[in-house]
Design a protein around this ligand. Structure first.
Ligand SMILES: NC(=O)c1ccc[n+]([C@@H]2O[C@H](COP(=O)([O-])OP(=O)(O)OC[C@H]3O[C@@H](n4cnc5c(N)ncnc54)[C@H](O)[C@@H]3O)[C@@H](O)[C@H]2O)c1
Length: 245
């Protein structure tokens, strides 16, 4: 039985990935800063377990990987979905939230992969799927977009470094998905308005759903993507394409 850890698994994208991967037969550990959210996801899905994890805490990452490995014998796959986006433009940036954004969105996946590396190397197999964002291409809030562009750099670098070990590393980059995450942007009315504006300029005139992201993650995590590594799969209904209007 393959074991997947999903960080940010208490969130909406992470929960959709957990549902899809548990339906595919994976043992899933949803790991989240918010343990109650992780438990709510685990309770309603067979083969899904909940743990608390702060991906910004290096010492906590080591302890987490050791304890999950002790309980489930292995970690085959990391899905890094934990993410934050302080809604700050250049003038609003403060050092603490800039650093926290990089620590959660970028350093967390790197240190998790480092902690799992010895077992991947021993088994000569494994996979990692990082949840990036369309903003790595198109820009967005600077600290967030920079972290997600960095995550692409990390993904491609680890893909290269770990390929000889049989470990694949890919990223999924969604455009706007209406989730708890988007509530960082404002209240429900503002979000209705924002969602409509996004839909209107999206080439397919459709919004991306959490299940769309989960399908892409499940594909890249598993054996169907056996010879695919270092890729960024955009789940954007076409909005990653350059638009010259
Ligand atoms: N929703 C979107 O529009 C959108 C678009 C592109 C990319 N993404 C990315 O998708 C991922 C998931 O986002 P979502 O929409 O499900 O948001 P969400 O807010 O519903 O979920 C994010 C989860 O991450 C957890 N988290 C935050 N900090 C953490 C930490 N330090 N350690 C562990 N867990 C932590 C939160 O508790 C939350 O459960 C994020 O990486 C986000 O950047 C989201």
């Amino acid at each position: 039985m393959s074991v997947a850890v999903i960080t940010g698994g208490g969130g909406d994208v992470g929960a959709a990935v957990a549902a899809r991967m548990s339906a595919d037969g994976w043992t899933v550990v949803v790991a989240d800063l918010d343990p109650a959210a992780a438990h709510r996801v685990a309770q309603r899905l067979p083969g899904v377990h909940a743990r608390r994890l702060d991906v910004a805490d290096p010492a906590g990452i080591g302890a987490f990987v050791a304890s999950v490995t002790a309980d489930f014998r292995r970690i085959d796959t990391l899905v890094c979905a934990a993410g934050i986006e302080p809604p700050q433009n250049l003038a609003d940036i403060d050092v603490a939230s800039w650093d926290r954004t990089q620590d959660v969105n970028l350093r967390g996946p790197a240190l998790l992969a480092q902690a799992v590396l010895p077992q991947w190397a021993e088994r000569r197999s494994g996979s990692m799927v990082n949840i990036g964002s369309r903003t790595w291409l198109g820009g967005g809030h600077p600290g967030y977009a920079a972290s997600k562009a960095g995550l692409v750099g990390l993904t491609r670098s680890l893909a290269m470094e770990l390929a000889p070990l049989g470990v694949r590393v890919n990223a999924v980059a969604p455009s706007f998905v209406r989730t708890g995450f988007s509530r960082q942007r404002g209240d429900e009315r503002m979000l209705d308005d924002y969602a409509e504006r996004v839909r209107a300029v999206t080439p397919m005139r459709e919004l991306v759903r959490t299940e769309d992201v989960a399908n892409a993650v499940a594909f890249l995590a598993g054996d169907q993507a056996a010879r695919i590594t270092g890729e960024v799969l955009h789940v954007c209904a076409g909005s990653q394409l350059p638009m010259f209007l």
